[in-house]
Design a protein around this ligand. Structure first.
Ligand SMILES: C[S@@+](CC[C@H](N)C(=O)[O-])C[C@H]1O[C@@H](n2cnc3c(N)ncnc32)[C@H](O)[C@@H]1O
Length: 233
């Protein structure tokens, strides 16, 4: 099962491996990884980060939220594209928050961008206040049962017609891209604790509209980029 995409008769729950790490451990793990995380991300995620920005097509003056800012690379890019708008980042790990804040300082963006410590499962953000929500490589860390909860929370904060751009480690679509999930299934955690997930079927279950998915790989690491928006006039 581990290497396969869901067939029409299967649920995403049948093919996505269960998360190995307890969610309460994740912030500590990422605080430990924070000083070295960017080297991994550059090697495996730089292509997808660029594509996410293209698909996000930020319109200056928007309310933009990034959830799970990590080292802050994408948050800086979003803020630069969102001149005159409001850009906010939410992140759960203290170590990653410190990286984000440092990067914003170096970019001279501390006044323009607000960074909040918080969880995707209970966002410290008002209902229907966000035009664009970006989230990268976080759903692939959550227990299966928390994935719909996080996406429902994203939906709560989006305005009607608000846009969502997700990137996740996903199920490998070529044999050699499955090496990471193969290792994860055998207890070899090589991927900063993430495993392949499928967000599009969950978004459809939650009645997001215009759900669309692209697949890409970098260093054999399989990524999905999923875009959708909240229903509304
Ligand atoms: C693999 S890193 C990705 C970071 C960044 N989005 C990127 O693409 O470089 C995953 C990030 O998700 C954060 N995270 C994990 N669970 C979270 C949660 N429930 N709420 C907010 N952030 C979370 C981690 O602390 C970590 O910074």
């Amino acid at each position: 099962m581990a290497g396969r995409l869901a067939t029409p008769r299967q649920s995403w729950r049948d093919v996505v491996l269960e998360a190995k790490d307890a969610p309460e451990r994740v912030p500590r793990v990422y605080t430990r990884l924070a000083p070295v995380y960017e080297a991994w991300a550059r090697a495996t995620e730089s292509k997808s980060r660029r594509r996410v920005l293209e698909l996000a097509s930020v319109r200056p003056g928007e309310d933009v939220l990034e959830v799970a800012t990590g080292t802050g690379v994408q948050l800086v890019r979003l803020a630069r594209a969102n001149l005159g708008g409001r850009t906010v980042g939410v992140e759960i790990s203290e170590g990653m928050l410190a990286q984000t804040r440092r990067r914003l300082e170096r970019a001279g963006l501390t006044e323009e961008v607000e960074v909040i410590e918080g969880s995707a499962l209970e966002l410290p953000i008002e209902d229907e206040s966000v035009d664009l929500l970006v989230n990268g490589y976080m759903l692939d860390l959550l227990p299966r049962d928390d994935i719909p909860g996080a996406l429902a929370e994203f939906k709560r904060v989006l305005r009607p017609r608000g846009r969502l751009v997700l990137s996740n480690m996903t199920k490998g679509e070529r044999r050699r891209h499955r090496i990471w999930d193969w290792a994860y299934g055998r207890g070899l955690v090589l991927t900063a604790n993430c495993r392949g997930v499928l967000a599009a079927p969950v978004l459809r279950e939650l009645n997001f509209v215009g759900v669309s998915r692209e697949y890409l790989s970098q260093m054999l690491f399989p990524t999905e980029i999923v875009t959708a928006h909240k229903e509304g006039r």
